[in-house]
Design a protein around this ligand. Sequence first.
Ligand code: HEC
Length: 158
Amino acid sequence: MKKKLGKKLLLFIVLILVIMQFIPITKPETKNDNLTDITKDFPVPQEIATTLKTSCYDCHSMETHYPWYSRVAPVKWMVFNHIEEGREHLNFSKWALLSKEDKLDALDEITEVLEENEMPLETYLILHRKAKLSEKQKEDLISWAESYMEVIFASEPE
Ligand code: HEC
């Protein structure tokens, strides 16, 4: 009797998982070689660009890499949502379209989330060990953002 119930439960779970795959949801688009990317707008040191690409670009640019499990519901619901929300807040692929004011705001927020260890998101780090920032990477990113802010402050008004 118990064995039969277990089997039924398993079948039920499998059925739910299968049905989940058919719930429509739009996968956020990707695009490489964006002319408005931050690295084309301003000379970003190679090391900083690499860190941003490894730790932030999956959610904060159009150059998202989708691992296989990110295409399977229910994981994909969370992943697609993070990408959409992440891009809304900050999109390095559309950096050149920002006003000076918005760039300053974005850089200021970047230093803030780094200082408070809010980014990259914890759930992301579970399966992306390489994206975890070392203390040095974090400090380098913060000083880069601060010096970029100073360059903007010192530049001609728009
Ligand atoms: C797994 C996806 C993901 C990764 C990777 C990621 N972020 Fe985010 N980020 C988000 C989401 C989702 C939000 C919006 C919701 C929130 O603030 O938690 C966000 C918000 C932000 C914001 C705006 C905060 C605010 O208060 O408006 C900044 C700045 C930011 N991220 C910087 C970074 C930086 C820098 C990195 C890399 C070191 C990074 N993020 C990596 C998903 C991500």
